[in-house]
Design a protein around this ligand. Structure first.
Ligand code: T1G
Length: 703
């Protein structure tokens, strides 16, 4: 037997323990080990039952995703075979669940005859998030245990539920506060003593028989899920499998599920979603920082600046249960900040997203403070004042004097040089960038900016606090705009050039929306506020080469006082209380005038050209950042764009998406654009090199 399975007996019960760290994934060896152990229990007349459990912090994270589309993934016994043999086992099999039991792990549990879970165990079928369907009977057994409607929520939603809710639904049989293995052994002995055939889930027909009378639930669910499932295939595949569970005999439903799983797991969407899964985890691996790198405990924090960002960042700490002071220099600013925070929480309570108690608990963790005394005993300060280097340096100088030794000083700057800010302190090794994205209490992306002097300990602490704040942290280097906003520049610039050349803002936005973004560039800019970009362009004006093409349209919109949604006018018009963008003939006329001024003859522009003009330069610049070392790996750039700007996850992020097209083609088009539109679109050396060598970003690494 493999050492990935531990086996022992408890009285007349054979106890099988999964021992495949870190998540007890059902690799080929684990599957073979479980089957071998079951066969041993079958052959031993002294044993009357079996219990399956997991070692470490969880039961199991399910099938081994790294084995997808590999021979190991299909190596017998594959998961469906193991699950079928478990359910057919002649002696009672009880699952003892703790921590997390998801995917194939929950599928195996549903094929066990009984399920006991420790309180708080998370149970779910997240396969839809990987672009597949549960492929080991989950879509057939779940409806038989909890009914089709609950099964739809669990399988199409893909989110785990706690054991207590699972018990109410009928998914499990017991929730225990005591030792879950002891409880499972006791239940196994009890069931064995009662005799009779084990309770097989596939034979439970009451729920599906009742659901067969209500075919409308599936159409109603398809309507309900449409917005969130936009562009996705696997949510609809999940619904079809659950429908099959209700309308077909078990064996036929299982066969339908299997062929649906095979179709999905080989799909481009699933490959992209699997890439996204591993990319998010890879981003936590940073040169010079290991699992053994010491980190500093962050028990108290402070935020400097009570503007939109400062208020949002303050909420991040409160939401994570960390006491936090928010500091402003004037009472009215502080009052405004607290009003913003209270209003945001109240909005969540009104929408039912948060309980009043939870809001009160968060508010109790937030201390408004005038002046800097509050930073004397905190472990981490995040500066979030507006983008002025001299002000930031003055603040960091003060923080350096007042903060305790070892406190980490972070800046939320989105464009300024961390190294220069650090130079205003005597502790540059404790200075790091924590670049949040607006709204900071919602957006998951956190760019962790590593300065030249930032110590591994400071960086490791920043990465850990990012996880504590439930952010998707990505470590980036120092560059104007770092990676996220830096790559936004060509995306926005080309979209503005396109409307001067003949497209309309609404056409560009439609193309990008249809590609899978939540909204296009013009609507995005209106939502974020046009003044942000305007200030950045004004700051950069002095250094912009005369020869460089520049679109004056955005500046002219700002000069009219149109700052986007917040002024009900920007690139679009907005009616009172509405966020729906309405094309404005005045802007269309202004764009046409700008085209004429610049001698640009407007032309019909295809959707494909719009897509390529907006996204290929973004990929090209990403390659440049890899060359510069500002981004550690292509998949980090994918994570940044998925979590920072809503790049559709089922496209895998810009670099993965470009790989699927082929860098030879991307380079060919970039070369054409360069010849047509000038040096801003020159292919970077890395893109050129990879294209010439027939390689992909996926097989490039900085080493
Ligand atoms: N397969 C392979 N590796 C996995 C894995 C999995 N299922 N889950 C996690 N890992 C790796 C992960 O890449 C990381 O690796 C390490 O384990 C720790 O992960 C037939 C076919 C279980 C809640 O979708 O949700 O079953 O970076 O940092 O925060 O229907 O991992 O250390 O090298 O996330 O403690 C369905 C995916 C599979 C669950 C634990 N299962 N995993 O969270 O650890 S498809 C999932 C998770 C399936 C059947 C189908 C989480 C976790 P490294 P981590 P964590």
């Amino acid at each position: 037997m493999t050492d990935l399975i531990q086996y022992t007996t408890r009285g007349a019960v054979g106890l099988i323990t999964l021992a495949n760290p870190p998540v007890n994934a059902f690799s080929a060896a684990v599957r073979a080990g479980v089957l071998e152990a079951l066969e041993g229990i079958m052959a031993d007349d002294a044993l009357t039952a079996a219990v399956i459990t997991g070692s470490g912090k969880l039961f199991s994270g399910g099938a081994d995703i790294r084995e997808f589309n590999t021979p190991a993934g299909m190596q017998s016994p594959n998961l469906p075979e193991l699950i079928e043999k478990t359910e057919a086992f002649p002696k009672p099999v009880v699952a003892a669940l703790h921590g997390t039991a998801v995917g194939g792990a929950l599928e195996l549990s549903m094929a066990c005859h009984y399920r006991v879970a420790a309180a708080g165990t998370r149970l779910g079928l997240p396969e839809v998030t990987l672009g597949i369907v549960p492929g080991a009977g989950g879509t057939q057994r779940m409806p038989r245990l909890v009914g089709a409607e609950a099964a739809l929520d669990l399988i199409v939603g893909g989110r785990p539920i706690k054991a207590e809710e699972a018990l109410e639904l009928g998914l499990i049989d017991e929730v225990v506060e005591s030792d879950v293995v002891d409880a499972a052994v006791a239940l196994a002995e009890k069931v064995a003593a009662e005799g009779g055939p084990p309770r097989r889930t596939s034979e439970l027909e009451d729920r599906v028989t009742a659901d067969r009378e209500r075919p409308e639930i599936f159409e109603e669910y398809r309507k309900k899920m449409a917005r969130k499932a936009r562009g996705l295939e696997s949510p609809y595949a999940c619904v079809e499998c659950i429908e099959a569970a209700v309308n077909k005999p078990f064996a036929e439903g299982l066969a339908f599920e299997r062929e649906t799983f095979v179709r999905c797991v080989e799909s481009a969407q699933s490959k992209a979603l699997q890439h996204a899964f591993f990319a998010e985890r890879e981003s936590g691996k940073v040169p010079g920082v290991t699992k053994d790198t010491a980190t500093r405990p962050i028990e108290r924090a402070a935020v400097i600046g009570g503007g939109t960002m400062g208020a949002g960042i303050t909420m991040c700490f409160a939401n994570a249960g960390i006491p936090v002071s928010i500091i402003e220099v004037a009472q009215d600013g502080l009052d405004r900040a607290m009003k913003t925070i209270e209003g945001t929480y109240a909005g969540s309570v009104n929408r039912g997203r948060m309980s009043q108690d939870a809001m009160d608990a968060c508010m109790s963790l937030i201390t408004p403070s005038l002046g800097y005394d509050a930073v004397a005993d905190v472990d981490l300060v995040v500066e979030a004042v507006f983008e002025d280097m001299s002000l930031k340096k003055e603040i960091f100088g003060k923080l350096d004097e007042i903060c305790a030794e070892g406190a980490i000083l972070a800046t939320n700057t989105s464009t300024l040089d961390i190294n220069e800010i650090a130079s205003s302190t005597a502790r540059p090794e404790s200075v790091v960038g924590l670049h949040f994205f607006s709204p900071a209490n919602v957006m998951r992306l956190l760019e962790i900016v590593r300065g030249e002097a930032t110590s591994p300990e400071t960086l490791a602490t920043a990465m850990r606090i990012g996880k504590t704040l439930r952010k998707q942290g990505v470590v980036v280097g120092v560059r104007n705009g770092f990676v996220a906003n830096g790559m936004m520049l060509p995306y926005i610039r080309e979209s503005e050039f396109l409307v001067e050349e003949g497209a309309t803002p609404e056409q560009v936005d439609r193309v990008i929306f249809e590609f899978g973004f939540p909204m296009g560039p013009f609507q995005t800019m209106d939502m974020a506020g046009l003044d942000v970009g305007w200030r950045i362009r004004q700051a950069a004006a002095a250094t912009r080469p005369e020869s460089e093409r520049y679109s004056p349209v955005a500046d002219r919109i700002c000069e009219m006082g149109r700052m986007g949604l917040k002024t009900k006018a920007g690139w679009y018009l907005y009616e009172e209380g509405s966020r729906t963008p309405v094309p404005d003939p005045e802007i269309a006329a202004m764009i046409e005038a700008a085209s004429a001024e610049q001698g640009i003859e407007r032309r019909e522009i295809s959707d494909q050209e719009i897509l390529v003009r907006c996204l290929y330069p973004l990929v090209n610049l990403g390659a440049g950042m890899l060359e510069e070392g500002v981004a550690l790996r292509p998949s980090d750039i994918d994570v940044i764009w998925m979590h920072g700007f809503g790049f559709p996850r089922y496209q895998g992020g810009p670099m993965f998406w470009a790989d699927q097209i082929g860098l030879g083609e991307v380079h060919r088009v970039m070369q054409e654009l360069y010849e047509q539109h000038g040096e801003l679109l020159q292919p970077t050396a890395l893109l050129t090199q990879l294209a010439q060598e027939g390689r992909s970003f996926g097989d490039w690494s900085a080493e």
